[in-house]
Design a protein around this ligand. Sequence first.
Ligand SMILES: Nc1ncnc2c1ncn2[C@@H]1O[C@H](COP(=O)(O)OP(=O)(O)OP(=O)(O)O)[C@@H](O)[C@H]1O
Ligand SMILES: [Mg+2]
Length: 419
Amino acid sequence: MVARFNPFRPNNMAGPGMFVGRVDELKIIDQCLFQAKNGNPQHFLVQGERGIGKSSLLFYVEYLARGELTAFTENTYKFLVVSIDLGGCTTQFEIIRKLGRGLRQALADHNEAKEKAKEFFNWLLNWEVLGVKFHKQDVDLDAEQVADDLVSQFTNFCKQTHGLLDGILILIDEADRPGEEAGLGAFLKALAERLTRRNCNNVLFGLAGLPTLLGKLRNSHESSPRLFETMLLEPLEVAEREEVIRACLKQAKEKNGFETKITQDGMNFLVELSEGYPHFVHQFGYSAFEQDTDNEIDEDDVGEGAFKDGGALTQLGDKFFNEMYHARISSEDYRRVLDAMAEHGDRWVARKTIIAESGVSETNVNNALLTLKAKEIILQDETRRGFYRLPTNSFAAWINAIRAARAKSDALHGEGFAG
Ligand SMILES: Nc1ncnc2c1ncn2[C@@H]1O[C@H](COP(=O)(O)OP(=O)(O)OP(=O)(O)O)[C@@H](O)[C@H]1O
Ligand SMILES: [Mg+2]
């Protein structure tokens, strides 16, 4: 068979052309942009599990804010967009340096703005040098001083680019990564307050991170969460999952010059296995597409692609659930206990229910729960005796997918996925 382009991309953000759903969130963010454009910024914050689509949403917002896409409301914007991620940042110094670099990059890419804001651009160039000096002398960065400087630069910049730009949008992905001691919450609060005081009302912050983000911000500064309109990303609806798959297959047709179809059963199975996690849709889709040989993805392609060694389930296990994956396959009892719990998603389950539904003896369930809890693979309710749950719904989805794929896959007797 000729080489085929596989349109699914489990390890990459969805570009605007492949982006599906998130209508409610985009409406809120549109409103935030509109507010900032009109001088009353409403900062926003997106939380969600791994692989739920946070970075893809921010990427879409980038296009929206730069005016390369139009919002549902037909609003158009022309913000200077600074996009950074805090992966690997552990100190406030590193956060500030990332922000400086992001700003410089955004300005360098924007010729008109750069022309109008030579002073800001030069200041940023020096800032980096200054930052390094600070670092070398091991002087604690004075966050207040940095916030002051930055705010005066922002204020001048917004004045100079009035009419040319709607303002500055600063998108911060992986905002949960720096520890509380890095003080992201306090820093953002200091910035936001100074901006208001200086009457510089067109600078907007948009954050994304794991569901631990709000708690971290709060611990850094107790009122910093109040700066933000917050959103929690949920799994995609069934129709949206189908739309993702169709968009991918459409792209494959364009690139390959021939169509790869999908049967209704194949579609249903993909939709079911993913439980709405966009990362899962892409991962299962990728493996099914690879598995298919007759340009029609069917249920077997999906099951086999998921289940076989190196297939989607192994990929997901390696990437997301490494610890959990190894614990799960290390003992039959653990596997059954986790399987029983996964039926309940990430909701609390009574020990009694687990005993009844897993078919494992009481003593062995007790032992399994103890070990799994010690390994932080499951959580125990601190307010009630004998209630446990899985840490995330995506972990439950992955376990459920293993069972569903195993049930349907011929790989059962081969060297299938060791789940
Ligand atoms: N709205 C969407 N439409 C289509 N595909 C999406 C959408 N959101 C996410 N995806 C796909 O899901 C996968 C995960 O998305 P993304 O990287 O944006 O998630 P994330 O929440 O940032 O993950 P992480 O927590 O690992 O950073 C990617 O393959 C991406 O292409
Ligand atoms: Mg991400």
